[in-house]
Design a protein around this ligand. Structure first.
Ligand SMILES: Cc1cc2nc3c(=O)[nH]c(=O)nc-3n(C[C@H](O)[C@H](O)[C@H](O)COP(=O)(O)OP(=O)(O)OC[C@H]3O[C@@H](n4cnc5c(N)ncnc54)[C@H](O)[C@@H]3O)c2cc1C
Length: 268
């Protein structure tokens, strides 16, 4: 609970009017009179689809022509391991703009690539399987199990064995997930299918996050390990490049460009 009642009604409503409004609207709590319930949540996903400063997807070694990413889903490598307050706007207004300008130039000379026959079949088969009317486990508990495991074991303070458990738990959930079917078999406006597809992606990302965090044996920015509390530049000043192939996570690395700013400890 966050208690602001000692500040007095006037100050509470002057300083945090929107939060006070949320508390009243969603929780029927008046923060001038009662403490506000608070809970940690994921604020931002650092890392993401690796890009250069023009939004082109690149591993460093390979650049994927015509494939772009910008925004929070991208990793343009501007935040390091600690995206400071307000700086995600940079992802959007600077690198989103740069990516847009690059795309506009690129399409002038690009022709439509040939799409292989039957390219859509895998997606159609997947949707048909989800809507085949058979019964499987319901999708709801998967969300809760994934969230509980990731929150408890790959959360703010991290250690080897809980993270290893989380990796196993995400693998087990992905295995069980294969039997999930939608109860709603409608082809249109099927929000249950949307939830299932989203969960599938989240399970993959959770596995990759847990495996990458387990692999990185140091603390850096928001990756805070109690068993490796120090930053270790000689071994770990590099990006993790994680790939998921079936159930196998492989980890490679991408260099960090420190030519503009040298990494320094956070001393404030
Ligand atoms: C509580 C909170 C507070 C924050 N405060 C700040 C702050 O003070 N300052 C700051 O700089 N940053 C802040 N951030 C971070 C910032 O808000 C985000 O990084 C930023 O909004 C991301 O924008 P985006 O356009 O990249 O992604 P999003 O805003 O996540 O947009 C992605 C869009 O893609 C859509 N989408 C997803 N999948 C599909 C699909 N398959 N097909 C079609 N559409 C799809 C989604 O519905 C969504 O609309 C905050 C974040 C949170 C959660």
């Amino acid at each position: 609970m966050l208690d602001a009642t000692h500040l007095g009604r006037e100050t509470v409503y002057a300083k945090i009017p929107d939060i006070a409004d949320f508390c009243k609207t969603y929780l029927a709590v008046d923060p001038a009179e009662k403490p506000m319930p608070v809970q940690p949540t994921a604020h931002y996903a650092m890392g993401g689809i690796p890009t250069n400063v023009d939004g082109q997807v690149t591993t460093g070694a390979v650049t994927y022509e015509g494939l772009y990413a910008a925004g929070e889903c991208a990793c343009v490598s501007v935040h390091g391991a600690n995206r400071l307050g307000t700086n995600s706007l940079v992802d959007l207004v600077v690198f989103g703009r740069r990516a847009g300008m690059h795309v506009a130039e690129y399409v002038k000379g690009a022709s439509m690539p040939a799409i292989p026959n039957g390219a859509e079949e895998a997606a159609i088969k997947k949707l048909e399987r989800l809507r085949d009317g058979s019964t499987g486990p319901h999708v709801g508990p998967f969300y809760t199990e994934m969230q509980d495991s990731m929150m408890a074991k790959v959360g703010v303070y991290r250690n080897e064995s809980p993270m290893a458990e989380a990796v196993d738990e995400m693998q087990a959930l992905r295995e069980k997930f294969r039997d999930v079917r939608a109860e709603d078999t409608n082809a249109k406006f099927n929000s249950e299918i949307l939830g299932i597809l989203e969960l599938e992606n989240l399970l993959d990302l959770s596995l990759l996050t847990a495996a990458s965090a387990l692999n990185r044996k140091e603390s850096r920015g928001a990756h805070s390990r109690e068993d490796f509390p120090e930053r270790d530049d000689p071994n770990w000043l590099k990006h993790t490049l994680a790939t998921l192939d079936g159930d196998t996570v492989s980890i490679d690395y991408k260099e960090v460009d420190t030519s503009v700013w040298e990494p320094k400890p956070r001393v404030y």
